[in-house]
Structures are given as C-alpha cells and as structure tokens.
Design a protein around this ligand. Structure first.
Ligand SMILES: [Zn+2]
Length: 489
C-alpha cells in the first residue's frame, strides 16, 4: 500500500447516526480511508488519539470578522485563529464590513483580507436595494451566498425594501443560491427604540423591549412568503424566539427550501443573565425571556432548526460597557467558545454527540452545498477534523480568547468538553490547544467546491424579473417593452 501522510488511531469517529472506533488515514488534503487499524496504509506520521472523538470540523454559517473597516474589533487573521482554536474549520463571513460586500471592488478587498485566514471560508455578499443588479456579478466574483439585513444591526445598512427582496429572490431562485436573512421587522424596531429613548430608558432591558418577538415572527413570515413565491432558498439567521418556529415547520411542509440556525446564546442565556451582564449581552435579535430557551432546544432536536452558528460579532470592551444601552455595540465573540459550550450540554445529557455533529457540521455543509467534501469523515472528503476531549474541564476566560475582542458573556462559565486539535485539509491549524502560527493563509474559499443545484422557481408563469432585466445567459436585445417575448419570461 502507498504511504500516506497521517494515520490517526485509537479514536471514536462520530457521524450523525453512529459513533464507531476507527482509524483514519489522510493523504494530502483528503481522507483516504476510515476503518479497522489493520487496514490502514503505512504513514509518515502516526497519531495516537486514544480517548478522543473525531468530529467533522465545525462549519459556522455566521461570523463577522470586521475586516475591512474595523480592524480594532477583529481581523481575518485573529477571527480565523479563534475559529481554529474552537474546532471550526469553515466559516461564512458577513458583508456588513466597511466597505460592505456589495460591489466587486469591495469583494476584492475582502478576498485580499481573507488571504490571512487559518480556516476555509465562504463570503456572504450583500443583498440590498443598491446591489440587486450586481448579484450575478458578485457570484462570478466569488461570493458563495447572500445576506439580507431585513432588521437593522451593526453597520446600519438600510434594510432592503420588500420589492428589492422579491427581485433579489427572483434572480437567485433559478441559480439555487441561498440567502441568509436577518429576520426582524425594521419599522417595528425603529419606532419602539425611539419610544424607549423618549421615555429616558437606557437600561439593558429596554433593548429587548425595543425588539419584541413579533418583529421576528413578522419578518420570517414575510421572507418565507417571498421565498415560496419565487422558489428561492433562504436561511434564517440567529433564530431567537419560540413563537416563530411554527412558521419554519409550516413552510417546510409546503416545500419551501428554508434552513435555520440558532446560537448558543439563545439556548443558554436569557433575561435572568441581563441584570449582571447588561450591555455585554446586547445583540440582535436580543436574548429573550427564559421561556424561549427550551423550545429552541426542542426545535434543534426535532430538526425545525438545522444548525448551530455563532454570530461571532466582536467589539472592543469599551464599546460593550458604556452605561447607555443604546451606545453599546451589538454582538460579542462566539466562534471560539461554541464547541466547548455545546459539548458541555452533551455531557449533561441534553443531546448526543451525533446530534451535535448534525448541527455543527452535517446540516451547514448541506445548506451551503459542501456536503461530501466537508461535513463528514469519510474517504474522499476534505480532512477537516476536530479532535475532541469530552472529559477535559475548564473555565472560559475572555482574557484568553484568541479574538481581539476580550469581552464575552461566557466569561467565567465552567465547561466540560474541548477541541484539542483541529485539522484542516490534512494540516493541523491547532494542536494540543495551541494555534499553529505559520498556518495563517492555509484557509481558502470554498467557492470552488460548492455545489448548489439549480432550483426551479415555483411560480414560473408569474416570473417577472425578465421584464426588469435580461436574464442570465440571454443576450441583450433592443426588444421594445410592448413586444416582450413572454415565452422567455
Ligand atoms: Zn450577525
């Protein structure tokens, strides 16, 4: 047998339906064998991993690396280093940087910044009123997917109008491209926040009062209506409310291709923590009352929610601790702490490691068209592996975060279960809990391995975007508006 680069022995390999003791052989960037010890080829390096579990590297669909524009909050190098330390091998990065990722020029700047990445990445381009004519161009330029900020958040990008959202979905539906939606109704948020401010409220609870669950319910309902009409694939970001889960179930039952994430903070934190954490906990959508926690867990267990993402949204400590809640920046880091937090819940018996792998790797890989190449430990897949020690205990410390942002609501939280090595395409980017410094730049875009099968729009007879602009692949003609070839529309 031909010599390979690495054989890992003694560990348990985790998939969504089983945990089996198996050796894993890696050649170059790929897994080439998973099986009994005796069947492994000779290797340049043999690694004993007794007592450890091998999980497909986590795929975080929602991170903000703040680069370009806000390098004092985070950079691609520091954010991706945090990911590597957290057992995360692929991230999808959000477009609310400065410049926002809505033009080819801005995309090129981001791609340049991403050259420092320790982990593989996708880039969400911006879907807004100003960018809907550039979606195909951005896709050709390398974005993997889009993000629509239907509710306002850091960066203050204007929410797309409903008309623009519909047109954007009409363009993206036949291409099969999925759009992430920050689903909150911006009109409700703006009016409520003004009322709170006029009443002199500057406390943390006022932020929650300004963003009631109904804002999420309404926005998800609207987005799913437009997705169903156009056939567009959508992904609901940071699902926060128990009350909007039924919309996902009903839309799926009708055949809408919707995926949805929630984050550890919505599962494990609630208003009880707000009194001590205040502005540190400020994020969008807000962390809600205790009654939301368990239904979100149940929704992960029954598949209504597909995955765990983090909304890794770093800021400087002074930007998170201002006395006036409206002046505290929204979000906090999460890409590095997600795995220990969730593994702790597995250790408590709230879910199995197989469930966790489904939420952290399998379902995100499927949503973004990477499954088979990523999200699984099997021959032919990228050798993206999080080596996990389920018995290791510790206390999360914000000062020790790899992220530039050294402020976290998880500070001081006891955890059990840590990633101890992270392998990305056959190379260690984290080993023995330490970043492998010279692997900066090993990460690359997943665009070249992404496969999003095209979807057929459901309402072809109403499919009207061809009136507004020439569909992709059809040459520009000088057909007067009154003589449109409806057979093409
Ligand atoms: Zn976000």
């Amino acid at each position: 047998m031909k010599e390979v680069d690495l054989v890992i022995r003694g560990a348990q390999v985790v998939s969504p339906d089983r945990i089996v003791p198996a050796a894993v052989a890696v050649a170059g960037e790929q897994i080439v064998a998973v099986g009994h010890d005796d069947t492994m080829p000779p290797a340049r390096e043999e690694l004993r991993a007794d007592g450890l579990y091998l999980l497909p590297g986590a795929i975080d669909s929602h991170v903000h690396f703040r680069d370009p524009g806000y390098p004092h909050k985070e950079t691609w190098k520091t954010g991706s280093a945090a990911a590597a330390l957290g057992g995360v091998t692929t991230v999808f990065e959000m477009p609310n940087t400065n410049p926002a990722t809505g033009t080819i020029e801005a995309l090129r700047i981001k791609q340049k910044a991403a050259e420092a990445s320790y982990v593989d990445f996708g880039i969400h381009g911006l879907l807004g009123d100003d960018t809907i004519d550039r979606l195909e161009e951005l896709l050709e330029g390398g974005v993997t997917s889009f993000k629509a900020f239907v509710g306002n958040t850091f960066g203050n990008l204007p929410a797309p109008t409903d008309g623009a959202l519909l047109e954007g979905f009409e363009t993206l539906a036949p291409l099969g491209i999925r759009t992430v939606v920050h689903a909150e109704n911006s009109s409700i948020l703006q009016r409520r926040q003004k009322q709170m401010q006029a009443a002199g409220r500057i406390d943390a609870m006022a932020h929650l009062a300004a963003r009631p669950a109904v804002a999420e319910i309404e926005a998800i309902g609207r987005v799913l209506t437009l997705a169903e009409w156009t056939g567009a694939r959508v992904h609901i970001a940071h699902h926060s409310a128990a009350d909007s889960l039924y919309l996902l179930r009903e839309a799926r039952a009708r055949g809408v291709d919707v995926t949805a994430e929630t984050c550890p903070q919505y599962l494990l934190l609630n208003t009880d923590h707000m009194r001590t954490l205040g502005g540190v906990m400020r994020l969008n959508p807000p962390i809600r009352e205790p009654r939301h926690n368990q239904p979100l867990w149940n929704a992960l267990m029954d598949g209504t929610l597909d995955m765990i993402a983090t909304d890794h949204a770093p800021h400087a400590p002074e930007e998170k601790t201002r006395p006036n809640i409206w002046e505290c920046d929204c979000g906090f880091p999460g890409v590095e702490t997600q795995m220990p937090l969730m593994l702790t819940e597995v250790n408590r018996g709230r879910a199995s490691l197989m469930d966790y792998v489904r939420w952290s790797a399998v379902n995100p890989a499927k949503a973004w068209g990477l499954y088979g190449t990523k999200g699984v430990i099997a021959p032919g897949a990228h050798a993206d592996i999080a080596f996990v020690d389920m018995s290791r205990t510790g206390v999360l410390s914000q000062n020790k975060l790899q992220s530039i942002s050294k402020i976290s609501p998880w500070n001081g939280r006891a955890v059990q279960g840590y990633p101890v090595h992270t392998l990305l395409r056959g190379r260690f980017v984290m080993r023995e809990g330490r970043l492998v410094q010279d692997m900066a730049g090993w990460g690359r875009s997943v665009k070249s391995v992404q496969r999003m099968p095209t979807a057929k729009p459901r309402n072809t007879e109403h499919y009207s975007s061809a009136i507004l602009r020439t569909p992709p692949g059809v040459p520009e003609t000088a057909t007067p508006v009154g003589e449109i070839d409806w057979s093409r529309a």
